[in-house]
Design a protein around this ligand. Structure first.
Ligand SMILES: Nc1ncnc2c1ncn2[C@@H]1O[C@H](COP(=O)(O)OP(=O)(O)OP(=O)(O)O)[C@@H](O)[C@H]1O
Length: 305
């Protein structure tokens, strides 16, 4: 399986004497989809550029291991920078074909892979279009199609969802997840926390110049700061609802719904039983990656809302 090991006391830009990340120790392995998250300027692109070798760590080392070391390095890693890096003087098809051909694929294999990735990204009909005659989202699709057509073992994608419509994001992420299940290493830098939560199993969170968290997405979300809550829907007359409002010190909506911290559930259930209010629905609310992320950024502890 592919593997990337980074041990870097300092990452950043040598010419500008700028340190962006400190004490970055990461081991990434195939079979996983990693989400790389953090605020603007946190260092996501800098980290990606270091992993791919565009930037050298200021101090430390980065080591990339792939199972098929006979392939050219260009073919082993699919890299999409934040802003489409394409050949503006050729057409869509030639842009996409460039990826697998430079990756060392045969004429026939590259043609098959190009056809497959054009289909996946939904740009078959744009094959003959000039790059500057298509939209920003379509340019992004071309760049992604080129990298996917290489069939790499490692995918390093910087904001791949930028400009993409929802259905294309769904197809792309499903494909990447399947590639990871087949052994590929996928790393996606993104602000689209809802999409990455649905597909990534691992998370790397950058904040204040360091890797604040590396581990499972579930481990990041489940923590003591987020108090689990419960959504309750009841059936009762207006007097019963008024009594309940008073008891809860909050407003029950017109359809009889309200949300409470899980620790209050027992107390509320005994009130409902005593006042003969019937429970129509009782649902546990699971915290989301987005909620947990915002909590950490705000440095607060609140209920899931
Ligand atoms: N070529 C460069 N030379 C010097 N500093 C740079 C360079 N590129 C980026 N930086 C700085 O490095 C820091 C991290 O930038 P980076 O692009 O890695 O952040 P990011 O997390 O990818 O942000 P965003 O979410 O906005 O894409 C920022 O302070 C940025 O100004």
């Amino acid at each position: 399986m592919p593997k990337i090991e980074l041990h870097a006391p300092q990452l950043g830009y040598r010419d500008e004497h700028k340190v962006v990340l400190r004490d970055a120790d990461l081991t990434l392995t195939g079979g996983n989809v990693y989400a790389l998250v953090g605020s603007n300027g946190a260092g996501k692109s800098t980290l990606l550029k270091t992993l791919i070798g565009v930037l050298q760590p200021l101090t430390g080392t980065v080591c990339v291991t792939v199972p098929d070391s006979q392939r050219p390095a260009f073919g082993q890693i699919g890299f999409c920078p934040q802003f489409p890096l394409v050949d503006w003087y050729t057409r869509v098809y030639d842009n996409v074909r460039l990826g697998p051909l430079l990756a060392g694929q045969s004429w026939k294999t590259s043609r098959q892979n190009v056809a497959r990735s054009l289909r996946l990204l939904g740009i078959e009909k744009l094959q003959k279009a000039a790059m500057d005659h298509i939209s920003g989202g379509q340019q992004q699709r071309v760049q992604l199609a080129r990298e996917l057509a290489k069939r790499p073992e490692i995918y390093l994608l910087d904001e791949p969802t930028t400009g993409l419509d929802v259905e294309t994001i769904e197809r792309l992420f499903t494909y990447l997840q399947q590639q990871a299940q087949a052994g590929a290493l996928v790393l996606i830098a993104s602000h689209d926390l809802t999409s990455v939560e649905a597909y990534a199993n691992q998370l790397i969170f950058l904040d204040q110049g360091v890797v604040q968290y590396q581990g499972s997405v579930a481990g990041f979300v489940q923590n003591d700061l987020i108090e689990p809550s419960v959504h309750v829907t009841i059936c009762g007359n207006s007097q019963q609802l008024a009594d309940l409002n008073k008891f809860l010190s909050r407003t029950v909506t017109a359809d009889g719904s309200f949300r409470i911290p899980q620790r209050q559930l027992e107390q509320v259930l005994s009130f409902l039983t005593k006042h003969q209010l019937r429970i129509v629905k009782l649902e546990a609310i699971h915290p989301s990656l987005r909620t947990r992320y915002l909590q950490l950024k705000r440095g607060e502890a609140t209920h899931e809302s």
